[in-house]
Design a protein around this ligand. Structure first.
Ligand code: GLU
Length: 416
């Protein structure tokens, strides 16, 4: 299969274990192991210097049994079909676990967004949107931000789609600016959710915020926001990093000041209260909670034996390999899986989509309140299943997600 890759194999192996534990009908599990639809597109883009550069883009819809497919768009040099397919599958389990009426999808463009000017980024985004236009729509497949894409990217996507239709279609993407039908609370939702779930898990382990040292890999929309909320709750955030550098202060970093510094300067350098640290060192710091909130494949069999945290809260998608999972389980380090820990983003995306379809907008209190209710309910369900079935939290979360889709598939039957 063209989408075969180590990452795809990893998520399929996880799925197979969940399917086996659920004693899923092989006629159903066989279908869920493969994506429903994949599109590979070539994107010629005029660069500022007049050259035409050719990029490759993807959109994969893993499953649409429960409703339209949903998932982010990432811009990253390592994007490939196997990775996007694996991430689309994780979105299916995540949406199902959270009780949303969505299937899973993912998209991306292989590029280094840091080297693109704003104008190049806009032309790339518009060309990508028009090339995947045949596959997306508010009732079909709804993109959102992911690694290195943001509200502006979504605004360009919404505009490109709407220009083709001839009228404004706010429901085509989520994570857009409020000015064009975005929702209150979406920007912070993923990071806030990560913090909420981290504190809930910590409480089950008898840890209070004041007794928690937290290390966070990734200081973007997810890691930066989680850091802010955890610091506000009284945790000591002792280290953060981005793709190039990290900063460490055992007494705790002043997160709001550091966020402003990083925003203004584009680097941690010059921030006085902390020492430089590498990403590899950050992962191995002694702490209560480690939050990988960057990209996949960060906690592996190589560093898992050396980690010195009590909890891992997965802000990123797929940061822990299967081999690492086993080592962590043996070592008694609790892993709160991505599809639960970072689901706040897609939950508020769902709220945004509902508001767009109804042309009726909610207050921030309503949004945050409903987000916390959904997260707490999912957390309770996963925690209970994990202890009843004697499986890890990851396996419990997967089993719950997979079971919901499989049941819907069974009832719908096989076409024709
Ligand atoms: N990219 C986010 C994720 O991985 C959000 C997806 C969405 O809101 O559709 O969950």
């Amino acid at each position: 299969m063209e989408y075969q890759s180590p990452m795809y194999e990893m998520v399929v192996r996880q799925f197979d274990e969940a399917a086996e534990r659920l004693r899923l009908d092989p006629n159903l599990s066989g279908r869920l192991r493969h994506p429903k639809r994949s599109l590979v597109v070539t994107l010629p883009v005029r660069m500022d210097d007049g050259r035409v550069e050719v990029f490759t883009g993807y959109r994969v819809q893993h499953d649409t049994t429960l409703g339209p497919s949903k998932g982010g768009i990432r811009y990253h040099p390592d994007v490939h079909l196997g990775e996007i397919t694996a991430l689309a599958m994780l979105m299916s389990w995540k949406c199902a676990l959270m009780g949303l009426p969505f299937g899973g999808a993912k998209g991306g463009v292989r590029c280094d967004s840091k080297t693109l000017s704003r104008a190049e980024n806009q032309r790339l985004t518009r060309r990508y949107t028009s090339e995947i236009l045949l596959m997306i729509g508010p009732e079909v497949d709804i993109p959102a931000p992911d690694v290195a894409t943001n509200e502006q990217t979504m605004a360009w996507m919404m505009d490109t789609y709407s220009m083709q239709k001839g009228y404004a279609v706010p429901g085509i993407v989520t994570g857009k600016p409020i000015a064009i039908g975005g929702t209150l609370g979406r920007r912070e939702a993923t990071g806030m959710g990560v913090a909420h779930v981290a504190l809930q898990t910590a409480a089950r382990h008898g840890l209070r915020p004041s007794g928690m040292r937290v290390a966070i890999q990734g200081f973007g929309n997810v890691g930066g926001t989680a850091a802010k909320y955890l610091a506000r709750e009284g945790c000591r955030v002792i280290a953060v990093s981005n793709s190039r550098e990290g900063i460490h202060n055992e007494r705790g970093l002043a997160i709001e000041t550091l966020l402003r510094h990083a925003e203004q300067e584009g680097t941690f350098k010059g921030y006085p209260e902390g020492d430089a640290i590498t990403n590899a060192e950050l992962l191995e710091l002694p702490c209560e909670a480690l939050i990988p909130a960057a990209i996949e494949n960060q906690v592996t069999e190589r560093n898992a034996p050396r980690l010195r945290c009590r909890l891992i809260v997965e802000g990123a998608n797929g940061p822990t390999t299967i081999e690492a999972d086993r080592i962590l389980e043996d070592r008694g380090i609790r892993v709160i899986p991505d599809i639960l820990a970072n689901s706040g983003g897609v939950v508020v995306s769902y709220f945004e989509w509902v508001q767009d379809l109804q042309y009726y907008f909610w207050t921030e209190e309503e949004i945050v309140g409903r987000l916390k209710t959904l997260l707490s309910r999912a957390f309770e369900g996963v925690w209970t299943m994990s202890s009843e079935e004697k499986v890890t939290l990851r396996m419990a979360a997967l089993m719950k997600g997979v079971r919901r889709i499989a049941e819907a598939m069974r009832v719908r039957g096989l076409y024709p």
